[in-house]
Design a protein around this ligand. Structure first.
Ligand code: UDP
Ligand code: MG
Length: 332
């Protein structure tokens, strides 16, 4: 495992933590062992590290973390000022890690994801992949509820045209240059799982069995999960707006059918006076309103995508005759 310069890659394992005091000690020792083991095998440099991000915990997570960072060279700790949520905490960790490390692996503190496949991820990285997804081969340990809702959700995402990796959460390897590209996305409704496939680097997947939480309880109550799910759709798709417009056209069609029915009834003289005009205006105006909503929504959808200001491209390679000839004025 080496970078272009022939040196071993420096790995940062990024771990967002929110009230994880029960699981922290085992998480710390497991991940430190992973670093030691991989460094021993020559796959990463000796100064690789675990970067914990304390997401405004209210228990003793912060103290445990800081103590670990003070007593070990391979443990780094960042504390956010308040609880910013899993996705933001993860992003904070990744953005800091890219300043110091060549490659990162993000993983949850509860060790539900199999740390053994990190080695495989690094092998894919050595083969030239910039992003490697950890994918669950099954969901045996999830409850029936979580499993079926998750599957339904992924299918819905696909229908709405959102690209995502099936059964992949936030256990993934990213190279520094992939993170540098991610840094150009400035949006605040963060759904990393949807964003990262948009970067378009060479990717690979590794498969593992997801385990039970090592200790403590899930920090994702239903409300947070729902929030993440809605984010996943609304950040990547304006198709729900289109659906309003289609509904409008459908109502207009129904209106024509209703018109025929109303006229037939009118000429058969079996209706009250006034009924025909009332019923027709209701259907007609309903259709017109829905279509108008849809059109306004189309514009709002465009404004929404503009406002996010996502980069339009991402450069893979730049070849010129010697770097010294290139004017590097705009180096960040
Ligand atoms: N987490 C976080 N901030 C939050 C909620 C969760 O940093 O507001 C972290 C948490 O400590 C864990 C990861 O996000 O490392 C995933 O959370 P959890 O395992 O509770 O989610 P689940 O596996 O139950 O979906
Ligand atoms: Mg978990």
């Amino acid at each position: 495992m080496s970078t272009q310069t022939g040196m071993k890659a420096k790995l940062a394992i990024v771990v967002p933590c929110y009230n994880e005091q029960e699981v922290f000690p085992i998480c710390r020792s497991t991940l430190c062992d992973v670093i030691k083991d991989l460094a021993g095998k020559g796959k990463i440099s000796e100064d690789s590290f675990v970067l914990f991000v304390n997401d405004g915990s209210t228990d003793s997570t912060r103290e445990l973390m800081n103590e670990a960072a003070q007593s070990s060279n391979n443990v780094w700790a960042i504390s956010l000022t308040k609880n910013c949520g899993h996705q933001s905490a993860l992003l904070a960790g990744l953005m800091e890690a890219r300043k110091y490390a060549d490659v990162t692996v993000s993983i949850d503190a509860d060790l539900q994801d199999d740390v053994k496949v990190i080695e495989e991820m690094l092998d894919r990285f050595a083969e030239g992949c910039d992003i490697v997804y950890g994918v669950r081969s099954g969901r045996k340990t999830d409850s029936f509820m979580k499993r079926s809702t998750a599957q339904l959700y992924y299918r819905l995402l696909e229908k709405l045209g959102v690209k995502s990796v099936y059964n992949h959460a936030d256990f993934r390897l990213m190279s520094r240059r992939a993170l540098d590209e991610l840094a150009r996305y400035k949006e605040s409704n963060l759904y990393l799982r949807g964003l990262i496939p948009q970067l378009g680097f060479k990717t690979a997947s590794v498969y593992y069995e997801r385990k039970e939480r090592m200790a403590g309880e899930s920090k994702y109550p239903f409300s947070k999960m729902l929030n993440l799910a809605i984010n996943g759709i609304t950040s990547f798709s304006t198709r729900p707006i289109k659906m309003v417009m289609h509904l409008g056209f459908f109502v207009m069609l129904v209106c024509f059918a209703a018109a025929i029915y109303a006229f037939v009834s009118y000429f058969n003289n079996d209706v009250e006076r006034g009924w025909t005009s009332v019923i027709l205006s209701i259907w007609f105006l309903g259709g017109v309103q829905l279509i108008s909503f849809g059109i306004v929504g189309e514009y709002i959808g465009r404004i929404y995508t503009e406002v996010k200001g996502r980069p339009l491209y991402c450069i893979e390679e730049f070849i010129s005759h010697g770097e010294e000839n290139r004017d590097v004025r705009e180096k960040e």
